[in-house]
Design a protein around this ligand. Structure first.
Ligand code: GDP
Length: 300
């Protein structure tokens, strides 16, 4: 079994590739929930949603969020009615958020709600929220502190970041299901997700790092040179006082990482790293990278 730690773009691309090598029931994905937000009365969990759509076969892989071919009728009506719904939520996507919102309002934990949705969508993989407690990534800007979604979607990542703040009133702790999935794995993979907003929130959940120490962990860099393949990872690393590159990413994972993977084009040298083509621009390339990781764990 492979257990992934995942955000909503880079690692799901690698999970797509892993599905070519092993059945879905042999895959578990521990998912960041620090970008979750209640919006227009419903519960958006962007990274979990991407994985639900990936495994159910409906993901829009042009954007790596939302449902392929979705319509935006309700979103457009809400804007006409003056509702400041700053995230363009598709109609089918919203149906999922309504269903999850209802489960949560009726007392399910996020883990239970996700498991219910997996059953209803016929998903055999285990999609596991990192925690059932409230966590949010907030961005302090010159004009106030805002939710990460507001920074990235409403302001298109253009505001200078003064500080990245993790808000969690209670902890947070990893769920028992998450710790079990790490312990049961033959291989744990930290995919090429945004270190600051996707992977660190998972690592900050109590119990995760000790569980990783006992396992063989491979981490894949989301950077080539001093830039991420996509998204705001560079600015977020700088805001944490880190260089936006593979060496700084490795420094965050060094304690428990057994094998670090860098792209063949990356000019930064992390001694001992495995060099692969990590640009997953097609299903075939995702499968080839996943295959190299599986070969690395078998060959050790
Ligand atoms: P988010 O939740 O949407 O921010 O997505 P993730 O955190 O899962 O992934 C974002 C990161 O994925 C970015 O920092 C990108 O550099 C990285 N990324 C996207 N596509 C690829 C790819 O094909 N290869 C690699 N190595 N990294 C990628």
């Amino acid at each position: 079994m492979i257990t992934f730690l995942s955000g909503g773009t880079g690692t799901p691309k690698l999970v797509r590739g892993a599905r070519e090598h092993l059945p879905d029931k042999e895959i578990a994905v521990v998912v960041n929930t620090a970008e979750d937000i209640w919006i227009s009365g419903n519960h958006l969990s962007p990274d979990i949603d991407t994985l639900l759509y990936l495994f159910s076969g409906s993901l829009n892989t042009d954007t790596w969020w939302g449902v392929r071919g979705d319509t935006f009728r309700t979103h457009e009506e809400l804007l006409t009615l003056g509702v400041d719904e700053y995230i363009g939520i598709g109609d089918a996507d919203r149906a999922l958020h309504i269903a999850r919102g209802d489960l949560l309002r009726n007392g399910s934990s996020l883990t239970e709600a996700t498991s219910t949705l997996c059953s209803r969508l016929g998903i055999a993989a285990r999609i596991l929220p990192m925690t059932d407690e409230e966590v949010a990534t907030l961005i302090r800007t010159d004009s106030g502190t805002i939710h990460f979604q507001e920074y990235w979607v409403k302001h298109r990542g253009k505001l200078p970041i003064r500080e990245v703040i993790r808000y969690s009133p209670t902890g947070p702790s990893a769920t028992g299901e998450v710790l079990q999935a790490i312990r049961d794995a033959d291989l744990v993979v930290i995919g090429p997700s945004n270190p600051v907003t996707s992977i660190l929130p998972i690592l900050e959940c109590a119990g995760v790092i000790p569980a990783l120490m006992d396992q063989f962990v491979i981490a894949v860099s989301p950077f080539i040179g001093d830039a991420p393949i996509s998204g705001p990872a560079g600015a977020l690393m700088r805001a944490r006082g880190l260089a936006p590159d593979s060496a700084a990413t490795f420094s965050l994972y060094r304690e428990f990482c057994d094998l670090f993977v860098q792209d063949i084009r990356d000019p930064i040298d992390v001694p001992g790293s495995l060099r692969c083509d990590t640009l997953m621009t097609s299903g075939e390339k995702s499968a080839a990278l996943a295959g190299s990781l599986i070969a690395a764990v078998r060959g050790r």
